[in-house]
Ligand binder design. Structure first.
Ligand code: NAD
Ligand code: ZN
Length: 341
């Protein structure tokens, strides 16, 4: 089968020929229909320091996908050939305290599809059946291929009650833009999205932000004033991975404000902890999605009208993956969906 892989250490990716994986007794083999490119895939493409220490080539990459079940292992129940499925990209150990308690998103030993084992940028993908998720075939395939990052956005945005709250989202990447749409749908009052990239801010506006702000041109204090806010934001969703954005957020929260941190900082980021103390802020780190409550919630949000399709800016056949990665690296795209059909 054809697959997009990192064959040797160093920058770049290659379209290559690898054997179709053989499912074990607890696995499902999935014929991939669509995949979408994640920032993580771009880190792997670029071969930055994180990728160099984490990725063990040769390896097929990718973890955002939708496909149909082709084959089920002998022990597998609940899936049949032809079922349309997404996949949870975090494979958990199943035996640690959190896993045994059903808190699988808190597993101490998570392994990533397309990060620690062969991934989804291929004609076929093999994963444990416990990681496959039946999806609503009424939802467009392109949207279903983005459920993994939509899950990050949903899990982060729904961390705290948003009804009537004023929300600050730092970072208008695909995840920040999806979070803006979710926050609106979940009943937030003001949803302010910041970035330093005008294309991305325009996307956030299309996705329902009530106000966008280019923080290289105006401060959040000025933004608050311009929209009649006096006491700061109630909820903050950090989705840029930029330490400056986190500090801006901390400076602009209401007393007792709640912050969910999804963005991955490049290195240890300094914070004035006294602001957290005296402003009595709650900070919650977020990794991945809840298995499978987030999958349930995001499906229900879409079934009740959430539209994330504007975040998909490009659609390409998988053979043109290089163009997709070039676009992602330029910062001029939202989600890029590759078709494997
Ligand atoms: P992205 O890189 O596409 O978007 C980040 C955005 O932040 C960019 O548009 C960038 O211009 C903007 N930005 C840069 N500096 C800024 C500043 N000072 N203020 C405001 N915005 C600024 O990323 P994405 O795919 O949307 O993901 C969002 C973040 O979440 C990334 O840091 C990613 O690594 C992280 N992530 C975390 C998890 C997790 O499980 N914790 C999962 C997926 C992604
Ligand atoms: Zn575990």
């Amino acid at each position: 089968m054809r697959a997009i892989a990192k064959l040797t250490p160093g920058p770049g990716l290659q379209l290559t020929e690898v054997p179709v994986p053989t499912p074990g007794i607890n696995d499902v083999l999935i014929k991939v229909k669509r995949t979408s490119i994640c920032g993580t895939d771009v880190h792997i493409y670029n071969w930055d320091s994180w990728a160099a220490k984490t990725i063990k080539p040769p390896m097929v990459i990718g973890h955002e996908f939708v496909g149909v079940i082709e084959e089920v292992g002998a022990n597998v129940q609940g899936f049949r050939r032809g079922d349309l499925v997404d996949g949870e990209g975090h494979i958990v150990c199943g035996v640690c305290r959190n896993c045994l308690a059903g808190r699988r998103h808190l597993c101490k030993d998570t392994k990533g599809v397309g990060v620690n084992r062969d991934g989804a940028f291929a004609e076929y993908l093999c994963i444990p059946a416990s990681n496959a998720v039946l999806v609503d075939p009424a939802i467009p395939l392109d949207v279903l291929s983005c459920f993994d990052p939509l899950g990050n956005a949903t899990h982060t945005a729904l961390q705290f009650d948003l009804v009537g709250e004023d929300v600050l989202i730092t970072g208008a990447g695909p995840i920040g833009c999806m979070a803006a749409a979710i926050a609106r749908q979940a009943g937030a009052r003001k949803v302010v999205v910041t970035d330093v990239n005008p294309d991305r801010l325009a996307l956030a506006k299309r996705m329902g932000a009530t106000r966008t702000a280019d923080v290289s041109k105006e401060t959040l204090a000025e933004v608050q004033k311009s929209i009649g806010m006096k006491e700061g934001f109630d909820v903050g969703l950090e989705m840029s991975g930029n330490p400056r954005a986190l500090n801006d957020m901390i400076d602009n929260m209401a007393h007792g404000g709640r912050i969910a941190l999804l963005g991955i900082m490049p290195a240890a980021a300094a914070v004035d902890w006294n602001k957290v103390v005296f402003n009595m802020l709650t900070i919650q780190g977020i990794y991945g999605r809840e298995m499978y409550e987030t999958w349930y919630k995001m499906t229900a949000l879409i079934q009740s009208g959430l539209d994330i399709s504007p975040v998909i800016t490009h659609r390409l056949p998988f053979t043109e993956f290089q163009e997709g990665f070039d676009l992602m690296r330029s910062g001029k795209s939202g989600k890029i969906v590759l078709s494997w059909e």
